[in-house]
Design a protein around this ligand. Sequence first.
Ligand SMILES: [Zn+2]
Length: 362
Amino acid sequence: MTSSPQAQPSQNPALSSSSAEALHRALFTLDSHIDIPWPDQGDAFEETDARRVDLPKMQKGGMSAGCFVAYIGQAKVDAEGHAQAQAQCLAMLDVINNMQGTHNGVTARVCSTVAEINAAHEAGVLAVIPAVENGYAMGDDLALLAQFRAKGARYVTLTHNGHNALADAAVHRPSLGDKPENHGGLSALGREAVQEMNRLGLLVDVSHASKKTMMQAVAASAVPVVASHSCVRTLCDHPRNLDDEQLDALKESGGVIQITAMPAFLKPRDGDAPRSAGVSDFVDHIDYVVRRIGAEHVGISSDFDGGGALADWQNATQGVNVTAELLRRGYDAGEIAAFWGGNFMRLLARAEAVAEQRGTIG
Ligand SMILES: [Zn+2]
């Protein structure tokens, strides 16, 4: 493992795009955060301009697997809001569970364990991995977590923008009655939710969480946490990005940050110019994490169809541009494989091992 790939940059102009293409297609490539359109348009198997990720685009782009999230926007923390969020989340997970079978020459399989994901990859079919974005989706009822897991979910993002019953978010929402902090990190219910997630084999996702929430989740969780779609605060001072202390805590605990393709998290705004970022900015964040805490703690996410998009990574057909840039920076195939899913899969396997110890099937 190269510990400082930038120390001797290997800018090799002769590196052909076909070698990047060949490597990209040979790798297991997992995007850890993709939204689905809602209401559902029934178009996952169609190549449509309405989506940055549909299953034909994944196949064309040499992608192996994607975590498709049931994203629930934050609304009022009350019984009515919770009931709506719970119902919508379960309905969205049902839609994600329908993303399987063979249509239009594409075969996909919904996978909820490492073994299933590996089997799908070996069979040459796309792996669809369900997940939930925003703990608001369980309201204040821990029993929902088992329902999410029963529908295949593999992680729950503790918060979105705005505090919920589980935890404080990095960005608070005064319009929803948020104070800068409502809980000082995780609430008592949030701590119970972390334990329940550990028991069920759900990863604790700290993207969107406040720093206190994130640090407390690292300490509370028996399984290393993931930031399913976050970037580096030292490079771009957004409250939702992870600072050095948070990265060090990830290293210490064995967690992973999945850098995401959201220009606002990648690059400070340059005056009034419209914000744009490219794969090179994206890989700068990967480089930073590798230098600070090591290549085994970083991965790749797009946040496509949830706001993510780069000038040269616009949709699921263009992931090869990330692989090409990683090659140009001097990373070897083993490191690139770790970024493109190996590290994330290690966490899924850990979550399954802990769930098995606690008496539930992973
Ligand atoms: Zn998000």
